[in-house]
Design a protein around this ligand. Structure first.
Ligand code: HEC
Length: 157
């Protein structure tokens, strides 16, 4: 291998170590879960100052989607997750990005939230397609605002 190629190979190895695959599985049947509410990620550049900080942070983090034109989304909750003692193990909720055909997923395993990001068209894992889709990014925000979530889920609080 030439030296530049070696450097590229080394960078790919380092990068793939940082970029973890989805921890949650693709949640079969999510399309039939009721929509809890709908909203939109605004196009990049829109004034976010009036929004609660967590929402402004989220819209900033995903302002690049759909060529920075934003996307409508639905939050859907698995009916089985509406449980007094917290969501049971299994798929919990999705955030369906309707304009880009992707879902963000929360699942619970042994009571702990797991996250995932998938293409709707072919169910492929897209968590490594962009740094903001990586599991560390999801976990940092969802656990960082733990006073606003139940078991890592905003919509259950
Ligand atoms: C900067 C903060 C932030 C990041 C990063 C983030 N989220 Fe969220 N997420 C939110 C907020 C705030 C909501 C609530 C949006 C709403 O209700 O309109 C939300 C909603 C969700 C929902 C719907 C269920 C719920 O919790 O209300 C899922 C599923 C979800 N996110 C998964 C993910 C995944 C997977 C990632 C990483 C690919 C991710 N999130 C990254 C802040 C974030």
């Amino acid at each position: 291998m030439t030296r530049p190629l070696k450097i590229v190979a080394a960078l790919i190895i380092v990068f793939s170590g940082i970029m973890e695959a989805s921890d949650a599985a693709y949640p079969e049947g999510w399309e039939s879960w009721p929509v809890e509410h709908s909203n939109r990620i605004p196009p990049a550049g829109e004034d976010l100052t009036a929004l609660p900080p967590v929402v402004a942070n989220t819209f900033k983090a995903y302002g690049w989607v759909n060529d920075a034109k934003g996307s409508a989304y639905n939050v859907r909750i698995n009916p089985a997750s509406r449980n007094e003692g917290g969501p049971p193990d299994g798929p919990t909720a999705v955030l369906e990005l309707t304009d880009i055909g992707a879902i963000f997923v929360t699942e619970h395993i042994l009571g702990e939230p797991q996250y995932g990001a998938f293409s709707i068209a072919d169910k492929s894992d897209i968590s490594q397609a962009h740094p903001s889709l990586n599991m560390k990014t999801c976990i940092n925000c969802h656990t960082g605002f733990s006073d606003l979530t139940q078991a890592g889920v905003f919509a259950l609080k």
